[in-house]
Design a protein. Structure first.
Length: 112
């Protein structure tokens, strides 16, 4: 990719996204600094909990639509639903992309 802020053409399939996210614990990593900004627990029942690096927490829900996963938290991002596609970066790591093509955090599996 030549433009780090535009969605790539090599994205995970719907099945791959479900397998990567569903029922797992992931760290959200800033793609520029490499710092872990949050840890998200995606329960098998569609509930999720986020623990931010600053100690704040929030609860919400998640699900899947086509090759996207979506999240909605009580407070984070003002409670709005956000959709993301995933670009594989290697075993247990993927670059998340907002559905409008903006780069989001890297997702790193911590429970494998």
């Amino acid at each position: 990719m030549t433009d780090s802020d535009s969605e790539p053409s090599r994205l995970m399939t719907a099945e791959q996204v479900r397998s990567f996210i569903g029922g797992r614990i992931l760290q959200a990593v800033d793609p520029d600094s490499g710092e872990v900004v949050a840890t998200v627990t995606y329960g098998p029942d569609g509930a999720c909990t986020v623990a931010f690096a600053n100690g704040d927490t929030d609860e919400g829900s998640y699900g899947f639509v086509d090759h996207f996963y979506w999240t909605r938290y009580r407070r984070f991002r003002d409670g709005t639903e956000n959709r993301f596609a995933l670009e594989p970066l290697g075993t247990g790591r993927a670059q998340a992309w907002h559905d409008d093509g903006r780069r989001a955090f890297i997702q790193a599996v911590v429970d494998r």
